[in-house]
Design a protein around this ligand. Structure first.
Ligand code: HEM
Length: 489
């Protein structure tokens, strides 16, 4: 393709800084810009920033092209690559061939049958949290869900306790989230990471402290494995990473030279993976759950339907659920429900739809980006190599075209029939294609069982007078503490 054969989508004539005084251009608030582009130019829009061509896409079919049909023409874009200063060559940030090798090693820990084995641990941890809550108590539900999901990831995937470290891990991650705009805005941050610049030093200290915790967990496990005089993995992801060996080249018959012993992962690579999966696996689910509690509190009808499902599946006296439940609620009694198990999971369909709907309105991964390495054709447009492409779950999931009356919380948008009727990338909280979230099944199981465990015992009442403000950091988090009062069911 020659230059003249490019056909760019409609969009901004000048480079983005030219529009700096517009209300839709605000540092750290890219959703405003995406909303503007979508509103003004439709489902595909062009802009540029300091010479880099950028395309914002809100068309499911084009996203399908980028993530699946033409995936080999794309790599992750700059903001993701910038996260290498934190996540190194972990699964999210690495490119092939490293990515393919690492994904193969980690995949068994996320297989359906393994995830099933985590169900009891998830429920035990959620139940322990709900037992500590007191009627009438006010909690910051966002913080509570962070603690919960951090503990779940630590125990299930890494077979380790982080109870003592939870506060410091949360603090460091909060600091890093606060510095997120700085991290992605600074070009070549890697090269002056050691300079004593205020934000940079703060980031470096937090990152180093996180690394220290993760290094300790890895060292302890290596020692345990060495003391057992075996590298046998005990089934969790951490042992699997330590015990893994890269496949060495198979020698050909014409070259019978002995193969070098296959290599294990370096400590640094293991640390990158552990930190990646820790962060990817707890922040996202925690935010999804926090938003779920908020959405339920604002939608009594959906909440009642959820309770009815939990009564039907889990109540130990399912004979007269609704009237008994409201009687109990009035008198502050606690309903009797057994804890959910893996066997209940297929029955908790509405619970799953509630979780899905919360992630529609508040997708924890709110946008994704790719950079083209070859010229790309999307519908009538021909876009050069080196262009950046963004698409946003937040914008797509709130498009009236795909979700009529988009701001209404309606879990029945996710019935099997409704899912089958919509375009594949009209709803994509977990991405898609070769880089699709490896933890998706884990996240569904964790979300559904946690909601069932907590909602069968508690109702959470939002205390704010205005809706919480979503903040687009690495994940979509509530900007302020999400204060909710606990009321027994
Ligand atoms: C509600 C919860 C979650 C959401 C919304 C979510 C979302 C996503 C999305 C959108 C991607 C793709 C990013 C891209 O292609 O640019 C991704 C990748 C990833 N996620 Fe998740 N995730 C969640 C939970 C988890 C969990 C529980 C884990 C692990 C325990 C996890 C680990 C990962 C990893 C390692 C990747 C990179 C995969 C690769 O590139 O091969 N995520 N996630």
């Amino acid at each position: 393709m020659t230059d003249s054969s490019y056909t760019l989508p409609p969009g901004l004539k000048h480079s983005l800084p030219f529009y700096a005084n517009k209300p839709w251009v605000k540092l750290g608030e890219p959703i405003l810009l995406f909303e503007y582009l979508h509103r003004t130019y439709g489902n595909i829009a062009y802009y540029s920033f300091l010479g880099t061509p950028i395309v914002f896409v809100n068309e499911p079919e084009y996203i399908h092209e980028i993530l699946i049909n033409q995936a080999s023409s794309f790599v992750k874009e700059r903001t993701v690559r910038r996260m290498k200063v934190l996540l190194g060559e972990g699964l999210i940030t690495s490119d092939d061939p490293i990515h393919m090798r690492q994904r193969k090693i980690a995949a068994p820990a996320f297989h359906r049958h393994r995830i099933a084995a985590y169900a009891d641990q998830i429920v035990t941890i959620a139940a322990s949290m709900r037992e500590h809550w007191q009627p009438g108590e006010t909690i910051d539900v966002a913080a509570a869900m962070m603690n919960l999901s951090l503990e779940i990831v630590a125990r299930t995937l890494f077979d380790t306790e982080v109870t003592a470290d939870i506060r410091s891990i949360n603090d460091e991650v909060n600091t890093i989230m606060g510095l997120y705009n700085l991290i992605i805005a600074l070009p070549k941050l890697e090269s002056y990471l050691h300079w004593p610049l205020p934000g940079v030093s703060k980031f470096r200290r937090s990152r180093d402290r996180l690394n220290t915790i993760v290094d300790r967990i890895i060292r302890q496990r290596r020692e345990e494995m060495a003391n057992n005089l075996t590298l046998r993995d005990r089934g969790d992801l951490l042992s699997m990473l330590i015990a893994s060996r890269y496949e060495s080249e198979v020698p050909s018959t014409s070259d019978p030279a002995p193969r070098p012993p296959s290599e294990g992962m370096s400590d640094e690579q293991i640390r990158d993976e552990v930190l990646t999966i820790f962060l990817a696996g707890y922040e996202t689910v925690a935010n999804a759950l926090a938003w779920t509690w908020y959405c339920l509190s604002q939608n009594p009808e959906a909440q009642s339907k959820l309770h009815a499902e939990l009564d039907a599946v889990l109540a130990t006296d399912p004979g007269a659920p609704s009237s008994t439940q409201s009687h109990r609620a009035e008198h502050g009694d606690i309903a009797t429900h057994r804890l959910p198990t893996l066997a209940d999971y297929p029955q908790l369909r509405y619970t799953e739809q509630v979780f899905a709907e919360a992630m529609r309105l508040y997708p924890p991964a709110w946008a994704m980006g790719r950079r083209s390495t070859k010229p790309v054709v999307l519908g009538p447009y021909r876009i050069p190599a080196g262009a950046h492409f963004f698409f946003s779950q937040y914008i797509m999931h709130r498009s009236a075209e795909h979700f009529p009356d988009p701001l209404r919380f309606d879990p029945t948008r996710h019935t099997p029939e409704a899912k089958a009727a919509r375009a594949k990338f009209a709803y994509f909280p977990f991405g898609g294609g070769g880089r699709q979230c490896i933890g998706e099944s884990f996240a569904w199981m964790e979300g559904v069982l946690t909601i069932a465990t907590i909602a069968s015992r508690w109702r959470l009442i939002y205390l704010g007078t205005t809706p919480p403000v979503p903040q687009a950091k690495i994940t979509l988090r509530p900007r302020d503490p999400l204060r909710m009062r606990l009321k027994p069911r």
